[in-house]
Write a protein that binds this ligand. Structure first.
Ligand code: C2E
Ligand code: MG
Ligand code: MG
Length: 663
């Protein structure tokens, strides 16, 4: 084509074609036609579209149009650094580069030389001053080599390239718009429409593959008062925080979306046995303290849970039931979950008021029950965790959960008084143990507010002074929330506790929001891995990996690791394999009243002594005690291990350890 023909005939008709092409709604068809026009214009064998990814770091080979499809189709999806190749140079210079002798170019790519690329012209695709990628026209070895590209041809090819760039830009914006239709702009989670589409998908999978799933309908408690108090901007920050925390705890494959306002929905493939663990995980993630000083508050969540197919197999029905269950949870004070088909978790009579707790404290109806904590290697006893119980005169026993919930939400000093009662009671009971030369460690849970209370240290100091050995036996368990509420203050208090001889443990680790970075900055001795990570061991690969990660980092920081909630023998095996140090859980023993714990402790140490003399024989007394514990896990333990020293190693007996300690 001579120049005058080109400029007077070809150019206008080509431009007209290009303008018409911009109306083509299908980007692929548009590209094919536009690339064919460039190819014909240049006499090239093909033209490729190579685009930059969103962060401009990588090129991706998207489309190829031309005669050598068979050669270059294989490159579709090829990704390479935005700083390499001729494309990299074009990106930096924002100008077209023609390379006549491609194989000998310094930045030629091996794959393209192997494919027979002889020459190429790479044009930047620029729209709104931004380089989106490049358009690369190629000549292959078999064709007559191309001498050069005239400036007119180049201008024309660049003009078509700029049309392609505009179309690429439009395509990108449209994709973003499509995403926006299902994305919540505030939290970047799926919006109502997006998450409801996922409910439909889950129902489809239920029908086709029989895969049950649960819906967790979450309403954030306390957001309204945060909004009223702090304004909507803070409310938005909190909502984003809620979204982030929930995203952190949902399992891979589960779906999370915001239904609107302060309502979220999680879809999780699971059966009834997993609901408690998941719901507790979400509740824990939602316990968010915010603000400082007097303007402080807390968020939590009320969760309604439905299970498909048990509770329904259509979207409307399931959501209605989940919503209603959520209201039940909310009406009970929030910070709890409610299964739709199950009656309220706490029967009416166990709804506890502050007056109840005050009364129980006054009437001496509160008790500390003790749950053993053992070394994992031999299952010898190391200590007990003191757990609060309300033993009503009619024999009913109320566990710690509802009590804690009530006193933690109470105004005034009930939480502090009750916390101090726990400390004093544990110290008193420990004295009875030390009289018998037994000194198990005592783990005491201290609520966040109590821990940060100005008089906590004074009370602790008095107890440690009054009672020798209490400080050394004491392990203070606090949750991640307590530490994060005021990190520097928490650190100071921890150091003072250490001065008194006490050790510090983070309770329920992994469910809160403390990262290991925080852990590193605090004077801690121990991490207690939450039981939700233990429950599905060894089958749950994610929990396995998380636990493994926590253990290795904790050990690197010199912290001991206790695993909570081991209920089955396989879990003990897994935890050993994962390198945990200590274990607690129903497999060893449920929490028990002081007298039972005392008998159990005596029996454990008696057993250790007996075994020193006769490894294979179990004494009559020990057998008798073991028989008394019908149904409890220790009897399973005795049968599980026929060789006693495997789990009762005298080196680790409490009596021996207390001697070591006093030595
Ligand atoms: P925690 O400190 O993580 O205590 C362990 C909880 O897990 C106890 O529940 C215990 O009974 C339960 N548990 C232990 N092993 C297993 C197991 O194998 N399977 C299952 N399913 N559960 C197991 P509990 O006694 O109801 O206490 C609940 C929470 O209440 C405690 O969790 C602790 O955070 C809090 N708490 C208990 N006593 C006190 C107290 O005196 N003061 C304060 N501030 N909080 C307390
Ligand atoms: Mg605890
Ligand atoms: Mg715990």
């Amino acid at each position: 084509m001579n120049n005058s023909l080109l400029i007077h005939t070809a150019v206008p008709s080509l431009l007209a074609t290009m303008d018409a092409l911009t109306l083509e709604p299908d980007f692929q068809i548009f590209f094919k036609k536009a690339a064919a026009a460039v190819r014909a214009l240049l006499g090239a064998d093909g033209t490729a579209l190579i685009l930059l990814d969103d962060d401009n770091q990588t090129f991706e080979y998207k489309l190829f149009e031309g005669e050598q499809q068979h050669l270059l189709n294989g490159f579709k999806g090829l990704r390479f650094s935005a700083t390499t190749g001729i494309s990299g140079r074009v990106l930096t210079s924002k100008t077209s580069i023609f390379t006549r002798d491609y194989p000998n170019a310094p930045d030629a790519m091996e794959q393209l030389i192997d494919a027979g690329l002889q020459s190429n012209l790479v044009i930047p695709l620029i729209s709104s001053d931004k380089v989106l990628g490049v358009l690369a026209s190629s000549w292959f070895a078999h064709t007559n080599s191309v001498a050069d590209i005239s400036p007119q041809l180049l201008t024309l090819a660049e003009r078509i390239a700029s049309q392609i760039a505009v179309a690429c830009h439009r395509e990108k914006l449209e994709a973003q718009l499509r995403a926006l239709a299902t994305i919540d702009p505030l939290t970047k989670l799926l919006n109502r429409r997006g998450i409801l589409q996922c409910v439909d998908d889950s129902l489809e999978k239920l029908h086709r593959y029989n895969r049950p799933f649960a819906l967790f309908f979450i309403d954030v408690d306390g957001l309204k008062s945060a909004n009223d108090h702090w304004g909507h901007e803070t409310g938005d920050v909190l909502l984003r925080d809620v979204a982030q925390r929930l995203s952190d705890v949902v399992r891979k494959g589960d779906q999370l979306g915001r239904l609107g306002g302060d309502e979220f929905l999680i879809i999780a493939e699971c059966d009834a046995s997993h609901i408690d663990i998941l719901a507790n995980r979400f509740l824990q993630a939602l316990r968010i303290p915010y603000g400082t000083g007097r303007k402080r508050g807390r968020l939590s969540g009320s969760i309604g849970v439905v299970l498909a197919p048990q509770d329904g197999v259509d979207e409307i029905n399931l959501l209605r039931k989940a919503d209603a269950a959520m209201y039940v949870a909310k009406s009970q004070g929030g910070d709890r979950f409610q299964r739709a088909s199950v009656k309220s978790e706490l029967p009416q009579e166990t709804q506890i008021s502050i007056v109840d707790v005050e009364g129980a404290l006054e009437r001496n109806e509160l008790q500390l029950w003790y749950q053993p904590i053992c070394q994992l290697n031999d299952l010898s006893l190391v200590g007990f965790e003191a757990l609060l119980r309300w033993c009503k005169p009619d024999g009913e026993i109320i566990s710690a959960g509802p009590l804690i919930q009530t006193f933690e939400s109470a105004r005034g000093d009930l939480e502090f008084r009750l916390g101090n009662w726990v400390l004093r009671e544990a110290a008193r009971q420990m004295q009875l143990w030390s009289k018998n030369s037994l000194a198990p460690d005592i783990h005491i849970n201290i609520s966040p507010r109590h821990f940060l209370h100005p008089s906590f240290l004074a009370e602790l100091q008095t107890l440690c002074e009054q009672q020798q050995g209490f400080g050394a036996a004491l392990i203070i368990e606090i949750t991640e929330t307590a530490m994060l509420e005021d990190l520097e203050r928490a650190k100071r208090i921890m150091l003072r506790c250490r001065d008194l001889g006490a050790r510090m443990a983070v309770d329920d680790f992994g469910t809160g929001y403390a990262s290991l970075t925080y852990i590193k900055r605090l004077p801690l001795d121990m991490i207690k891995i939450d039981r939700s990570f233990v429950a599905e061991l060894p089958v749950n690969k994610v929990d396995w990996d998380i636990t493994q990660g926590i253990v290795s980092i904790a050990h690197a920081l010199g912290l001991a690791v206790v695993a909570e909630g081991a209920e089955a023998f396989e879990q003990i095996g897994s935890l050993r394999e994962l390198g945990c140090d200590q274990v607690q859980g129903y497999f060893i023993h449920r929490p028990m009243p002081f007298d039972d714990a005392n008998a159990w402790l005596q029996h454990k140490s008696l057993r250790a002594t007996t075994d020193q003399y006769n490894a294979k024989k179990v004494s009559k007394t020990t057998k008798a005690i073991a028989n008394q514990e019908k149904g409890n896990a220790l009897s399973r333990l005795t049968t599980a291990f026929s060789v006693p020293q495997e789990f009762v190693d005298p080196r680790f007996s409490v009596a021996q350890r207390s001697k070591n300690r006093s030595a």
